[in-house]
Design a protein around this ligand. Structure first.
Ligand code: G6Q
Length: 549
């Protein structure tokens, strides 16, 4: 019998334990235990995690592990991996693990092994991407493809865009990739501006192939192509689609022979491992795309088999719960010190917040506790010159993940060492802070005295005690990136299991889509608009008048 998390014994024990631990400074935890780093750090796959700067001790960890057991996390993991319909509100299995199941052992949905279909699509992706990269797939006028433009949004954009940027070191020279997602004409217009239609291939990615943003951009791109190449027949050589919806692809005018399939058991934000990864595979080649899958598979195996004490996604998920539900943290920062990962925070915002931004349990009861924190972040050094001030001296607890490569893409040691030093300096400063006594003596050494000294001290105090984890890897290879993404995917799953929510639906985004259908005709109508609240009615009227001016 699984109990609601907040009524379980470990939850109550964690509350009591929090009261005892909340007043203790990380400085003191380090002073008490010289082996703290060894105790609270480990490797999984190619990643190293140091969580010794987290506000935990052995008791915290064993209570958090008990919390995982109280929701039967192990059984929840097995249900996902074995194709049960764990997305209960949409009655779907959730099998991104099948997309990268490099063991090839059968995984069944409704009694049917999905692996042959997964492998078929991978083989088609290989054939197609090789043809593009080697110049066998040519544009309508016989020219080689030099540019790909991915058109998609949400899960059909953020994952492939993030990975394509991260793996820039592996791009084929002479090929360029663009990602168009925004509905504002400016995005597609500015992208097409510099492109040559004869050498451009559009990849239209949409699970449903009904998404307004994607279809609007795809129509604009199609019109641009036909206008320039002066023949409808050119579309067949310049447009391919990735979708689960063959009929809609055909009715848009893309030959289903140029469509790469995926399935309803792949969630949008978990889909970069499917044919949605096609732009990645064009840019880095299918061998490297498969290395990305290998990395994710290695993390999948780790997550499924490692004991809680040494299970990286479980540990990161539990630490998040510790801060959200016991310390009341409202946010979680992700700070990569790797320029390749500059889009990782935005990608994680969708992964985490669309998955766990839920207020009812799987069974529809309103939860009595907080769920997903606000996830945010930016590449480390840029963040330091922007928002770190608030982390050091603001009034909020902000747990953060520092993601740190030992080597960057280029072997320039001056850059590499400076980046590393900054990352390590920040976690130290966030943990230790600066006491009033330290501030005072530093100021005295700088020549301050008397009233000037007294008034300067409080401004120089940093309370510290901000918890951070540091994830270290060697270099951002496709395999390492696969591990890192899968790590966060599973962390999200762990938290959903603790909170008792369904991480795989997103009903919250539907209402806005419905209202668009009402408002769109009203913007150009002549009738007075009265059907909404006064603000929305007023804004529609105001926009109409302003446009008429
Ligand atoms: C992801 C969401 C959402 C989705 C987009 C695009 O999990 O479902 O971000 O990916 O709305 O949807 P389509 O791929 O159907 O165009």
């Amino acid at each position: 019998m699984i109990t609601a998390p907040e009524t379980s014994k470990p939850w109550a024990a964690l509350r009591t334990h929090h009261e005892a631990l909340a007043g203790i400074h990380l400085r003191d935890l380090f002073a008490e235990d010289p082996a703290r780093f060894e105790r609270y750090s480990f490797e999984a796959c190619d990643l190293f995690l140091d969580y010794s700067k987290q506000r935990v001790d052995d008791e915290t960890m064993s209570l958090l592990h008990a919390l995982a057991d109280s929701v039967d996390l192990h059984a929840a993991i097995e249900r996902m991996y074995t194709g049960e319909k764990v997305n209960n509100t949409e009655s779907r299995a959730v099998l991104h693990v099948a997309l990268r199941n490099r063991s090839n052992l059968p995984i069944r949905v409704d009694g049917q092994d999905v692996m042959p279909a997964v492998n078929d699509v991978l083989a088609r992706m290989r054939a197609f991407t090789t043809a593009v990269r080697e110049g066998h797939w040519r544009g309508y006028t016989g020219q080689r493809i030099r540019t790909i433009v991915n058109i998609g949004i949400g899960g059909s954009d953020l994952g492939p865009a993030m990975v394509t940027a991260a793996l820039h070191a592996y791009h084929q020279p002479g090929l360029q990739a663009y990602f168009v997602s925004n509905l504002d004409f400016t995005h597609i217009d500015e992208t097409l501006e510099s492109l040559d239609p004869e050498t451009t291939l559009f990849i239209v990615e949409s699970k449903t192939f009904t998404t307004q943003e994607t279809l609007t951009n795809a129509r604009t791109a199609r019109a641009w192509l036909v206008r320039n190449l002066k023949d409808e027949a050119a579309v067949a050589k310049h447009f391919v689609a990735v979708s689960t919806n063959r009929d809609q692809v055909a009715s848009f005018g893309i030959d289903p022979a140029n469509m790469f399939e995926f399935w309803d058991w792949v969630g949008g934000r978990y889909s970069l491992w499917s044919a949605i990864g096609l732009p990645i595979a064009v840019m880095v080649g299918m061998d490297r795309f498969e290395q990305l899958l290998n990395g994710a598979h290695a993390m999948d195996e780790h997550f499924r088999t490692a004991p809680w004490q040494r299970n990286m996604p479980v540990l990161m998920g539990l630490l998040g719960v510790w801060y959200v539900n016991f310390f009341g943290a409202a946010t979680h920062a992700v700070l990569p010190y790797d320029y390749g990962l500059r889009h990782f925070p935005a990608y994680l915002q969708q992964l985490e917040m669309e998955s766990n931004g839920k207020r009812v349990t799987r069974h529809g009861e309103v939860v009595g506790y907080k769920t997903c924190p606000i996830v945010w972040g930016a590449p480390g050094n840029n963040g330091q010159h922007a928002f770190y001030q608030l982390m050091h001296q603001g009034t909020r607890l902000i747990p953060a993940d520092f993601i740190v490569p030992v080597k960057h893409k280029h072997d320039d040691l001056a850059h590499q060492n400076a980046v590393l030093a900054n990352a390590l300096a920040q976690t130290e400063a966030l943990m230790r802070g600066r006491t009033a006594a330290q501030a005072r003596s530093e100021l005295e050494a700088a020549g301050f005295s008397g009233e000037l000294l007294d008034s300067a001290v409080p401004h120089r105090v940093l309370p510290g005690n901000q918890p951070t984890s540091t994830i270290v890897y060697d270099r951002l290879t496709p395999k390492v990136l696969g591990e890192l993404i899968a790590l966060y995917e599973h962390k999200v799953f762990v938290q959903s299991a603790i909170w008792g929510i369904n991480a795989f639906d997103q009903w919250g985004v539907e209402l806005g889509k419905q209202l668009v259908k009402v408002i769109l005709p009203e913007l150009t109508g002549a009738e007075p608009v009265t059907g909404h609240d006064a603000s929305t009615n007023g804004l529609i009227e105001y926009v109409r008048q302003r446009r008429a001016r």
